[in-house]
Design a protein around this ligand. Structure first.
Ligand SMILES: Cc1ncc(C[n+]2csc(CCOP(=O)(O)OP(=O)(O)O)c2C)c(N)n1
Length: 515
């Protein structure tokens, strides 16, 4: 058995079931091994940003590592923005990156690059396998590193000769340690804060934002009067009827400051104290009031759910005290020229039970939350690293992780253009994804930012950097060109009709919503 096959067998034995790939010559032995080893689903992405973004979406929904196969430094480099997003989302990913044979590197062939140097900024763990006999052990360590709480990116670099030379067979991953529990003092001191009756916010992210964690948090809120909030961006948030609804820190600095004004204590559960997305002249970077004390109940790598359960016990807060969201679907919008509120209303009205929403709607999605709060239960996935071009790949990965659930992509047009090849993967794999494509023909949020940073009265040259019409992108043609059925809506009634068509279809469907 060669090194490549020992690695594929190691990955499968360790529980890695999917490999998103965009291979080249140096990865051919790994590709060939995929044929010989059952248990690894292989999914081709036609750009590395699709590969890495899909791995992120899959890992978020499956709670287990996805693997990627990337071609040397340039292939990894093409996938970096979405690996950056995955790192911020704390998604477990194992990258396998091919490299030249060890003895070939000194010749500085065209694709020679500092692969480790490219990998480190997005990876918690990086290793280049020394020889074929080390590959399996390295692979087992890579999976364990990816799985380390709260979830990490691990990158294993595989020189071509380590893939084709003889190995000692697969390796076994060492048993994973559970997340460490928080110390009792923390629970006691946070309980004291919550008993004080001072205005307190509990700010959360990570696993506590699943249904159970939210319910425990809801019980604590009911018993103590604390407000519950999620970070501005969260990898996965359970929402809808039967769940505890929470607020999130808003993106606009003034709104965030307003929402947190008067708060005297902030309790962090897996979250970071909130900061502005960017600095602006005359606005603060930190979003909490100066006289607000920040307390950490649990850090992201700790057992955040257990910490909340312990806190609820300490406060005698029974689980059935939590206030659960009732089922209140928004009504369908009246007809008229299409706008983003009508789209939000229609999505809220028709969102199927157990849907997964992959949100890269950028400016067009800011009004979505109130309209979907009372929809049937669903999961909401956001971009955690601010690098656009994640939405379509993330929806693709989520659909592969959960083939029995409907995925709704809320997708801004400018961001969609970064990784639109994901539509082809959706068609090839027959994925149940309905994409609502907000065609505002602009980088609209950047237009607002131009004013926010104090640059007023933009001229034609500046505006041309912020508008993406001329020519207008034909999303129906782009989608159909990649095998995805599509329709266009310019009125509310057309949008509702298109959304119903997308939801009724079992394969990928794209709605160009012209706004
Ligand atoms: C990788 C990356 N490149 C560039 C940006 C800067 N950027 C932020 S928003 C944006 C435009 C987004 O336009 P669109 O997706 O159409 O959404 P809209 O602003 O129109 O709602 C850009 C280019 C970014 N965040 N990430």
């Amino acid at each position: 058995m060669n090194g490549a096959e020992s690695l594929v067998r190691t990955l499968v034995n360790a529980g890695v079931e999917i490999c998103f790939t965009n291979p080249g010559t140096s990865e051919m032995h790994f590709v060939a091994a995929l044929d010989r080893v059952p248990g690894m689903r292989c999914v081709l992405g036609l750009f590395e940003g699709v590969v890495t973004g899909a791995a992120d979406g899959y890992a978020r929904m499956k709670d287990k590592p996805a693997s990627t196969l990337l071609h040397l430094g340039p292939g990894l480099g093409n996938g970096l923005a979405n690996l950056h997003n995955a790192r911020k989302a704390q998604s477990p990913i194992v990258n396998i990156v091919g490299d030249h044979a060890t003895y070939h590197l000194e010749h500085d062939a065209p694709l020679t690059a500092d692969v480790e140097g490219i990998a480190w900024p997005v990876s918690a763990w990086v290793r280049t396998s020394r020889d074929a006999r080390s590959v399996a052990g390295d692979g087992a360590e890579a999976v364990a590193a990816a799985w380390t709480r709260p979830g990490q990116v691990a990158t294993l670099i595989l020189p071509a000769n380590t893939a084709w030379e003889e190995s000692d067979g697969p390796a076994t991953m060492a048993p994973l340690a559970g997340p460490p529990r928080v110390a009792e003092e923390r629970v006691k001191s946070v309980a004291a804060v919550l008993r004080s009756g001072e205005p307190t916010v509990i700010l959360m992210t990570g696993h506590v934002l699943r249904a159970h964690g939210l319910e425990v948090a809801g019980a604590i809120a009911a018993a103590s009067g604390a407000r519950l909030m999620g970070q501005m961006s969260n990898a996965r948030l359970a929402r809808g009827a039967g769940r505890v609804s929470i607020e999130r820190v808003p993106y606009p600095v003034d709104q965030a400051l307003g929402m947190l004004a008067g708060v005297k204590n902030m309790v962090l559960v897996g979250a970071k104290a909130p900061v502005a997305f960017f600095a602006y002249p005359d606005k603060p970077s930190l979003l909490w009031p100066e006289d607000c004390a920040v307390h950490t109940l649990a850090e992201a790598h700790q057992d955040t759910v257990h910490a909340l359960e312990w806190l609820a016990d300490e406060l005698d807060a029974p689980l059935d005290g939590a206030v659960l969201q009732s089922l209140e679907r928004s009504p369908l919008p009246a007809d008229g020229p299409l706008d983003i509120d009508a789209i939000a209303q229609a999505v809220g009205a028709l969102l199927p039970e157990n849907a997964i929403v992959a949100d890269e709607a950028i400016g067009s999605g800011r009004g979505m939350h109130p309209f979907t709060m009372g929809s049937p239960p669903h999961d909401w996935l956001q971009i955690c690293g601010g690098a656009i071009g994640l939405g379509l790949p993330m929806a693709t990965g989520a659909a592969l992780a959960c083939p029995d659930r409907k995925v709704i992509g809320l997708q801004a047009d400018g961001s969609a253009m970064y990784t639109l090849q994901a539509l082809w993967t959706q068609a090839r794999e027959g994925l149940d994804v309905t994409t609502v494509l907000f065609a505002n023909r602009a980088y609209a949020s950047l237009k607002h930012e131009l004013f926010n940073v104090g640059a007023h009265n933009p001229g034609r040259t500046a505006l041309d950097m912020l508008e993406i019409g001329r020519p207008d992108l034909d999303w129906v043609a782009l989608a159909r060109g990649m095998g995805v059925e599509a329709g266009r809506a310019t009125t509310n009634a057309e949008f509702v009709r298109e959304l119903r068509a997308g939801l009724a279809s079992e394969g990928p469907y794209l709605i160009e919503a012209v706004i």
